[in-house]
Design a protein around this ligand. Structure first.
Ligand code: 4AD
Length: 575
């Protein structure tokens, strides 16, 4: 309506479809009024006064309706044009999207019509894991005169790519990877064209050599003749696709929250597969060394390595702790079982966020009866080297270690031996200060940074021995030749630092009681440990090796957090 009049009250009006634009139902902006009614109507505007009227101003003058100024009309018309263009573009986009959706739907509908069925006239398939290369079971075809074995495999889509009418899938089953090729109707089915990463599949087909010059796991590829995705086994796609949840750019904390997904990555799974092999190797070597496995409790009422790192909890209204080390229990097994070991969890309420500290870690601990300190060092050297040999004797594990840590070299025996006092001299000579910024002196606990600098500079395994009693645990005996120091050892590895802590144990009852007194620990709850010294004591010793630290060194991982399944450390107890 050309002569209609609309009202705009910049303070009290509202830009909404519920307004009519009449004097008692004004709009807020001229732009909205013109957008709603066109620019040929008459527009009256005002700024009503809300709140306090400033002193001296004429409130009634501001309440008058005035025709919209020319400049304001021009601005409003431009605003309307922009809005209309935007709306047109949106419409266009919507139409494009609708067409794409319709086209996709058509393609999907067509694809759904393609029903594939297993050809029962083909040879019965042999079920294999993806790393199976047993020539007694599997023959590779060459695509012409030699037919390959028909196999049945199961796995998840690790990667997929399309090339015209052909689909290439890398399947993963935790044992290995296999390149799979879909051609013909298989590549055109609905399940194939909508395939998402991590979807689980069952695939049947013929195994052939890869063509000359091409590369694929085990130099072979599966030419599929049939596949099946079991109901409920398709992986999420779109925004929820795994590639949108974890990628190279995802923050470290998020990756840890999504550890259950990052575990599927190649690096994480290699580290954990190497870990399995290392744990197995410890068991094998321990059996060779005639050491017996025991399983001490995790819930305890005594400390081993100092009160500062104890996790305390209420145990049926008594104070109890998560164990820091199984050592004291291992010692009690010597008289009846001979030399013993365990691979159990130890817990440390570490409040520091370093790359080598966990709150829960796997502790490989051994205890040996009737030995000398030198015997202990030789045993440790032998154990570590034999475990490495056993681990690397599996070609796949060796391949994984070398991929993760290309510079890995077997350590040379004997390991370098260095007394604590020599380490102090070395640190002073190399101007590496202590934690107070002063030159190191006897009695200093060598801090993590200084220890690592020294280990990295020396760049080979070191047995650092004979620490002062004051900086070590209560159970360590004094060295007969230098009572300032103990028969103790830390094994230091380049890149990580301390991976093993061990010592001889005080085996004399009175001496042990003195030691309890020195560190102000009540020996009463340790009656089962002190009795050991009453009933046939013996010179004995042992050690604890941090499995995650050993792995961080072997697999060259920056942090021990990447060497366990679900790391627990200061501030993290999930997933
Ligand atoms: O030197 P530690 O504290 O020695 C003991 O617990 C002895 N009672 C063991 C024994 O003689 N049976 O710890 C031994 C090893 C360390 O060298 C280190 O590798 C690992 O346990 N360790 C940790 N690993 C990860 N996170 C932590 N917070 C660790 N604390 C110790």
């Amino acid at each position: 309506m050309a002569d209609a009049t609309y009202y705009i009250d910049e303070d009290a009006g509202q830009d909404s479809k519920s307004q009519t634009g009449a004097e008692d139902s004004p709009y807020k902006t001229l732009g909205f009024a013109v957008l709603t009614h066109g620019d040929s109507a008459k527009f009256l505007t005002r700024k009503s006064v809300t709140g306090d009227v400033p002193e001296g101003s004429d409130a009634s003058a501001r309440l008058e309706w005035k025709p919209a100024a020319k400049a304001a009309m021009k601005k409003a018309v431009n605003y309307v044009k922009t809005q209309q263009k935007k709306a047109a573009k949106e419409q266009e986009q919507l139409a494009i999207r609708a067409k794409e959706d319709a086209d996709r739907q058509k393609v999907h509908d067509e694809a759904k019509k393609i029903i594939i069925e297993e050809d029962k006239s083909l040879p019965a398939p042999v079920r294999i894991k993806l790393d199976d290369t047993d020539p007694a079971k599997i023959k590779l075809g060459n695509g012409s005169d030699v037919k390959g074995t028909r196999v049945r495999v199961f796995g998840r889509v690790h990667r997929e790519r399309r090339q015209k009418e052909v689909m290439f899938i890398t399947l993963r089953d935790g044992y290995g990877f296999m390149q799979v090729i879909f051609t013909g109707p298989l590549a055109k089915t609905y399940d194939a064209i909508t395939l998402t990463r991590e979807t689980s599949m069952e695939i049947l087909g013929e195994l052939r050599e890869v063509p000359a010059g091409a590369h694929a796991p085990n130099s072979r590829e599966l030419h599929a003749d049939y596949f099946k995705i079991h109901p409920g086994c398709k992986a999420a796609g779109g925004d929820d696709a795994i590639t949108n949840r974890v990628s190279k750019d995802t923050e470290h904390a998020t990756l840890l929250d999504l550890r259950h997904l990052t575990l599927r990555g190649e690096n994480s799974s290699k580290v954990l597969i190497v870990r399995d092999a290392v744990e197995h190797a410890f068991h094998v070597v321990y059996k060779d060394l005639r050491m017996r496995k025991v399983s001490p409790p995790a819930l305890v009422q005594t400390q081993v390595e100092g009160g500062a790192t104890l996790f305390k909890f209420n145990y049926y209204n008594e104070d109890a702790y998560l164990t820091q080390s199984s050592q004291l229990y291992l010692e009690t097994c010597l008289p009846s079982m001979g030399d013993v070991y365990c691979i159990e969890k130890s817990f440390r309420a570490e409040k520091s966020l370093t790359r080598r500290h966990l709150a829960e870690y796997s502790h490989v601990e051994g205890e040996l009866d009737f030995i000398t300190f030198e015997d202990l060092l030789e045993h440790l050297e032998l154990l570590m080297c034999r475990v490495l040999e056993e681990t690397m004797s599996d070609p796949l594990i060796k391949q994984y270690v070398m991929e993760l840590n290309p510079e890995f070299q077997m350590p040379e025996r004997p390991f370098m031996r260095m007394k604590y006092t020599e380490a102090i001299d070395w640190l002073v000579e190399h101007e590496i200060p202590n934690e107070d910024g002063e030159p190191h002196k006897f009695g200093d606990d060598i801090a993590e940074a200084a220890e690592r600098k020294m280990t990295d500079a020396i760049n080979r395994p070191i047995f650092l021995t004979h620490f002062p009693a004051e900086i070590k645990a209560f159970y360590m005996p004094k060295d007969k030749d230098d009572p300032r120091v103990t028969e103790s050892v830390d094994c230091l590895m380049p890149g990580v630092g301390e991976i093993v802590g061990g010592s001889m144990r005080i085996h004399d009852y009175d001496e042990l009681m003195e030691a309890f007194k020195r560190v102000d620990i009540d020996p009463t709850p340790y009656y089962w440990y002190t009795d050991q010294r009453k009933y046939g004591s013996s010179p004995h010793g042992g050690y604890g090796l941090g499995l995650e630290r050993f792995l961080a060194w072997l697999c060259k991982q920056h942090t021990v957090r990447d060497c366990c399944l679900y790391p627990r450390y200061f501030g993290r107890c999930k997933p």
